[in-house]
Design a protein around this ligand. Sequence first.
Ligand code: SF4
Length: 369
Amino acid sequence: MSSEIHLSPRPGDWEDWRWQFRNRFKGLHGLKKLIPIPRNQEGDYKDLLELYHFAATPYYVSLIDFSDPDDPIRQQTVPDLRELFHRKGGSVEDPFLEQHFSPVPGLIHRFEDRVLLMSTTLCGVYCRHCNRKRNWSKKGVPNLSMGHVREAALRYIESHLEVREVILSGGDPLYLRDSILEEVLRRLRSIPHVEVIRIGTRAPVTLPMRIDDDLCSMLRRYRPIWVNTQFNHPREITPQSKLAVDRLVTSGIPVCNQAVLLKGINDDIKILKELFQRLQAICVKPYYLFHCDPVMGTDHFRTTLSKGMAIMERLWGKIGGLCIPHYVVDLPNAGGKAQLMPTYLLSMDGGEAIFRTIDGDIVKYPFRD
Ligand code: SF4
């Protein structure tokens, strides 16, 4: 299917991020344009979309091969009734107690030196595996305008001298208008103790035309800024996303990737190897591979820790270190991140360490304390 043909954009529309945003496929009406919904399931889909919204940019939808029910981009985009009905024990709405660590609405202060500022509730695509999908439903959204939320969060940061890093998140902060985003960045830059700003965004993946010259020249003025994005499959690396990354990097903004390990999408050595190598080739550092969090409505995306470990074991030593992310589990109840790495040190005693190599050989290594 070509959504470009379906929507009949005029010349220039497709490359215009505002057109893409205005023409997102949304709600049940938009979903029906993409997949057939049997009449006897309409009620279930209505309930699902009430709880977990649906929206997707025409650009991202155009990457889907609709003849393949297991298409990796389709699975990240198109709502699935398993989000409502397939709920294993242990999944909760907010496993990291973010509400508990939120001193003012829209701000999370879980680690001493950094805060996360949820600057908007908007996203171009509502990723079905999102670990903040609780916020899409009305009850998750603070009963305040986002302008008030941002103001209260900025005041909190001003008065907390220990905060050296601010992570702009959401929603997706690059869906803010340039003028609003610039005002947030200007305020943050005027706070002496804020050294670094990070922007968490999927725009390079789901709406790469958002990364235009105006945005980049504005961001450039507020460096150091790091962009963390989320490519999960090599098919998301397109000429447009490559151009978006290139614009950021040549504006002096490093880009890192936080992939999520997703069952049936990328829990496969060949797919991840290609993803990480192609990311390195477009100057995106594979930074984290997150184990999919135990968030309600995402159970069908979760694979096993042993599968994740086996993939890392096979990647290590086979591809360059710059291509290898940290495989991490975000521990529930604010336990922080735990890194999962294959172990090569077998023992260490009496001035000798015993290692196994990536090929399984045993090597003795003398050392002195
Ligand atoms: S863009 Fe980020 S915040 Fe928005 S739905 Fe996707 S993962 Fe969640």
